[in-house]
Design a binder for this molecule. Structure first.
Ligand code: ACO
Length: 323
């Protein structure tokens, strides 16, 4: 059978780093509050010339280099983002053009923080359906542009960045020993819309809007939702937490990551954490964390890696990949 095998990963971050202490003159907060409640110590913030498209392009080029490929080798680009350069056309098409790629096709996918998990699942279906051989899957965000910088309950939580992955069609036997995307589970439920949303849009206010979140409410739902899709993924693949080599969760809050791993029985040393360095970069958080763990040698060929995310909508999901 056809499997979607990871061929390379890459990342890109804005030049400017903003530390927790840098907020202290802007809103009533402290490094101690932010670090204790979230695990975040710093985040990268995009300058005017750094956009979702430029960061996505840089991450895509890094992933192509890592894979030993060029844009000519790619058939499809799926970009997960909630902060596109324009309402339309899709920022994925902008990235396609920036890469000098004038064949194949590209589109954006919007599932907020779960975007990358949704995008990997989508790319896997295109590959297994025979519609694409190699897919560039990108998560790129500039959430700093939709933050209300006077709202301390949200502005300290998010950062900008991009991560990318090249998936390539390979042969598998259909067993859990195959390399590639092995199983997953996606969910959404719009009843929770008001707990995490942006208060603007082309069809309502005609503005871009600002992110609004009832953090405590999101937190309350997060661990249960995350564990549900992970248990569904384990059961589809016929594995347990002990079989995993690495757990790469969405990087929203260290306390959510710790509570989910504990509930699932995933050992602490298997959990990849980058929220301290990047904050919550929404759809970019999982591929950013992945590329850090690949670059420092933790994730290696043959490892069993579980990706997970939960975000606005609510949307949530998990994907199991053998590297
Ligand atoms: N600095 C200092 N105090 C603050 C700050 C701040 N930056 N922000 C809020 N506070 C205050 C609140 O006003 C509140 O004060 P009060 O008790 O006087 O009312 C107090 O701190 C506690 O606030 P809580 O909201 O209860 O704090 P909590 O421990 O829940 O932490 C947080 C807040 C970090 C937002 C947490 O709820 C959280 O991480 N939620 C989940 C967010 C998340 O996972 N999002 C994922 C999806 S993101 C996406 O999809 C785009």
């Amino acid at each position: 059978m056809i499997r979607s095998v990871v061929r390379g990963t890459g990342a890109a971050l804005p030049r400017r780093i903003m530390k927790n202490a840098d907020f202290e003159g802007m809103v009533e907060t402290s490094d101690e509050w932010i670090a204790q409640r979230t695990g975040i110590r710093q985040r990268h913030i995009a300058a005017d010339d750094e956009t979702t498209a430029s960061l996505g392009e840089a991450a895509a080029r890094a992933a192509l280099d890592n894979a030993g490929l060029t844009p000519d080798d790619i058939d499809l680009i799926v970009l997960a983002t909630s902060t596109p350069n324009n309402t339309f056309p899709a920022t994925a098409v902008d990235i396609q053009n920036r890469l000098g790629m004038h064949h194949g096709f590209a589109f954006d996918l919007q599932a907020v923080c779960s975007g990358f998990v949704y995008a990997v699942t989508t790319a896997d279906l295109y590959i297994r359906g025979g519609l694409a051989k190699r897919v560039l899957v990108i998560g790129s965000e500039t959430f700093s542009r939709i933050l209300d910088w006077s709202d301390r309950s949200t502005c300290v939580l998010f950062g900008d960045g991009a991560g990318a992955m090249v998936l390539e069609a390979g042969e598998g036997t259909g067993s859990i020993a195959d390399r590639g995307v092995l199983a997953g589970s996606l969910r959404s439920d719009g009843t929770h819309k008001d707990k995490l949303f942006v208060d603007g849009g082309p069809s309502t206010t005609g503005t871009v809007g600002y992110l609004r979140m009832e953090g405590r409410e999101v937190f309350k739902h997060a661990v249960g939702m995350i564990t549900d899709v992970i248990e569904a993924t384990f059961s589809a693949a016929g594995i347990t937490a002990e079989d995993l080599d690495w757990f790469v969760p969405h990087q929203a809050n260290k306390r959510i990551i710790d509570a989910s791993a504990k509930k699932l029985g995933i050992a602490e040393q298997k959990v990849v954490v980058t929220v301290d360095l990047h904050g919550n970069t929404s759809a970019a958080s999982v591929p950013l964390a992945l590329s850090v763990a690949v670059a420092d040698g933790r994730i290696k060929k043959g490892d069993l890696v579980l990706l997970e995310a939960m975000g606005g909508g609510f949307t949530w999901g998990a994907v199991l990949v053998r590297w």
